[in-house]
Design a protein around this ligand. Structure first.
Ligand code: SF4
Length: 290
């Protein structure tokens, strides 16, 4: 059976940066405490934990004054930086460059909207760490929506609006929201509605790619942590294009029966899926000798 790993799957630059920073600090012999899991992938987190990385939450910071804290790619609200400063805790900031840029955009949007009694609207998953970080840069003065229905029920369409998006939201949903706003504001003066597509192309470019990739094989094995938002969405794209797609966290979840009658298998994954794990999955399938 032909087995191929998608060359475009695996860590995005933001995750690579966070892991590199953690590994470099761990190599000096220091313990590293990350504020939340560096990524939504239990298998890779287990590997890093064996090297000495521990995941904590912000309520545990008081007990960590002598340790090194790692801020992950999702970023943090201003209050976290203030807390670290107040407690004089050493920290490494692995906020992804794309997220850091978006935090600045959110701040600029808020300043502009304040001048005109407008609203900052963020398309994002409620309570997602990146969204908590974004709203935490403007004192939570943003309206977070996760659907068209929420846009309609939460936004005051008589006031100016500035729309941005969490980096990993679906481009299709963003476009639906943007179209609704454009339609509702079409009779207002220019500048009343500002729409900024802030979706990270490291994720959105993978949708069309995986759409094509998944049609090339009899079976698709998608490797991803169960909680990864982009993993769930990218897997849906595979499933849409190839009904014979399966999502697994690691090779122990593979059932040999899935491969009966198949001649080719494509292996792919999320932005938090390590290449070594996809290789391990490939090798496991190879061992079936099909
Ligand atoms: S998906 Fe994009 S924004 Fe998010 S960590 Fe990766 S590179 Fe950064």
């Amino acid at each position: 059976m032909k087995i191929e790993i998608d060359s475009k799957s695996g860590f995005c630059v933001g995750v690579v940066k966070a892991i590199k920073m953690a590994e470099e600090e761990l190599a000096t012999g220091n313990k590293v405490l990350s504020l939340g899991d560096i990524m939504h992938n239990k298998v890779e987190m287990d590997r890093l934990e064996k090297l000495g990385l521990t995941s904590i939450n912000s309520s545990q910071l008081l007990d960590c004054v002598d340790e090194t804290i790692l801020i992950r790619a999702h970023g943090e609200p201003i209050s976290t930086y203030q807390k670290l400063k107040d407690l004089d805790i050493k920290y490494l900031d692995a906020t992804c460059g794309v997220v850091a840029h978006l935090q600045k955009q959110v701040k600029t949007a808020y300043e502009k909207m304040q001048l005109v009694d407008g609203q900052v609207v963020i398309l994002g998953k409620h309570k997602h760490p990146e969204v908590v970080g974004l709203t935490g840069h403007i004192n939570e003065k943003a309206i977070v929506i996760d659907s068209l229905q929420e846009l309609i029920s939460k936004v005051d369409f008589t006031r100016p609006i500035y729309l941005l998006s969490q980096t990993t939201k679906s481009l299709d949903l963003f476009n639906i929201i943007a179209e609704e706003i454009t339609e509702r504001y079409k009779d207002y003066p220019e500048g009343y509605a500002t729409i900024k597509d802030s979706i990270c192309r490291q994720v959105s470019n993978r949708y069309p790619h995986l759409g094509v990739f998944s049609t090339k094989y009899d079976i698709i094995i998608f490797v991803s942590g169960a909680d990864s938002s982009n993993g769930i969405a990218l897997f849906e794209e595979c499933k849409k294009n190839n009904k014979n797609s399966y999502k697994i966290e690691d090779e122990s979840q593979i059932d040999i029966e899935w491969f009966r009658g198949c001649e080719s298998v494509g292996i792919c994954g999320a932005t938090s899926t390590p290449l070594w794990l996809m290789e391990r999955v490939a090798s496991h399938i190879k061992d079936f000798g099909l």
